[in-house]
Design a binder for this molecule. Structure first.
Ligand SMILES: O=C(O)C(=O)C[C@@H](O)[C@H](O)C(=O)O
Ligand SMILES: [Mg+2]
Ligand SMILES: [Mg+2]
Length: 391
């Protein structure tokens, strides 16, 4: 089989919060008539510049056309050469590689008539426990709005949540207090995510305030400045809770092991540049005797399905994971969205080939936008993932 063409389509899909995220839907065509699909998810993150999609298409064609899609390791190496790793969480080259890598897996698995999980190591599980995100509050009046989100999502079966914290600790505390009073043991807050906002010592003070509540906390995430591997270790040694951090490059993961920075690696294909890289990062975690969760950038269904296939094969997925993107957006671009039940992300059936997701061309047309350019958006919105415009 040979790759014959590549198509990239940009879509802008609003979240229930009003915040719009731009993604690129990838199609890889082959001389066997099989088409692989992938997703370069959520370009709506800092830094506030965007790749030119026409130019990007030309570059990716120059790397892939004429190649055998089964040469996944070779093609990943080529992709890293063209879109190198950086020591930055939201490096857009990783998003690009991720969308291509997923489409290669989808194409090859469809050709073989098997599910992507069966290319990645089969199934240790066929559902993954996930949590619903509560985005960062800056104002007290956002507390009640977020309690309402918990009420609504709990009714839909999401009993585990994670909370982005660190800009208004009074609001964070008021939220946790209200959750404990209203829901008691019915709801779990599995993680407090500080998103690298503070140095570790400032975070430690906040952690002392926010861990008074008995809400089943599994981990504290990103509690030091980005790439402060020693800082992570300092806070890790001073709190009883496991520390988690995202993996965004091979070097950064190595440094975190060297400095014994974390208990849990938060691994998302989008931030490490694909299923292949994510699988390797999970193996590295296993070697270092660390736990793993699947993180998220809030993917649509294609990106989330790819993570479900990856998670199915991981033996060290020891804590509650994060991918609930399709529940956050008001729409999607597929005929069959990924399926959530009782707070679990369910894998597509094993008999369904590839990622198990079918594109809906009408929905693609509905959400298509001309490019990845930025509208009116503030740094706060980009950091906090809310439509909140107050400063
Ligand atoms: O755990 C995280 O950190 C995230 O989920 C990052 C978010 O910013 C996410 O990418 C989003 O777009 O909401
Ligand atoms: Mg995080
Ligand atoms: Mg994101």
């Amino acid at each position: 089989m040979k790759i014959t063409d590549i198509k990239l389509t940009v879509v802008g899909v609003p979240r229930h919060t009003g915040f719009i995220n731009k993604h690129i839907i990838v199609k890889i065509y082959s001389d066997e008539g099989v088409i692989g699909i992938g997703e370069m998810s959520d370009f709506s993150h800092l830094p506030r510049y965007a790749p030119d999609v026409e130019d990007l298409t030309k570059v990716i064609k120059s790397v892939l056309v004429g190649e055998n899609p089964f040469d996944i390791m070779k093609l990943n190496k080529e992709l890293v050469g063209n879109f190198p790793e950086a020591m930055y969480y939201y490096e857009k080259g990783s998003f690009i590689r991720n969308g291509i890598d997923a489409a290669l897996y989808d194409l090859c698995a469809k050709y073989l008539g098997i599910s992507v999980a069966d290319m990645l190591g089969g199934r240790v599980r066929d559902k993954i426990k996930v949590c619903y995100p509560i985005f960062r509050m800056r104002f007290m009046d956002e507390v009640e709005e977020n309690i309402e989100v918990v009420r609504k999502r709990l009714n839909q079966g999401f009993d585990v949540f994670r909370l982005y914290v660190g800009k208004n600790i009074d609001a964070d505390e008021a939220f946790l207090d209200a959750v404990q009073r209203e829901f008691g043991q019915k709801v779990k807050i599995k993680s407090l995510d500080f998103s690298h906002l503070h140095d570790w010592k400032t975070t430690l003070q906040a952690v002392k305030r926010l861990t008074k509540y008995d809400l089943g906390l599994e981990m504290i995430e990103s509690p030091a400045l980005a790439n402060d591997h020693e800082g992570l270790n300092h806070i890790r040694m001073r709190t009883d809770y496991p520390i988690s951090e995202h993996v965004w490059s091979t070097r950064q993961q190595y440094e975190m092991i060297k400095h014994d920075s974390v208990d849990i690696f938060n691994i998302s294909p989008v931030f490490i540049g694909g299923l292949t890289a994510a699988k390797r990062a999970a193996a590295v975690a296993e070697v270092a005797a660390k736990g793993v969760i699947l993180g998220t950038t809030q993917e649509l269904s294609i990106g989330t399905a790819a993570m479900a296939h990856l998670g199915a094969a991981l033996t060290n997925l020891t804590y509650t994971s994060d991918p609930t993107g399709p529940e956050l957006y008001i729409g999607d671009v597929v005929k069959n969205r990924v399926h959530y039940k009782d707070g679990y992300l369910h894998l597509p059936d094993r008999g369904i080939t590839g990622l198990g997701i079918e594109l809906d061309e009408e929905l693609i047309e509905k959400y298509q936008v001309k490019d990845l350019s930025w509208g009116e958006v503030s740094v706060h919105q980009l950091q906090d993932r809310t439509a909140q415009t107050k400063v």
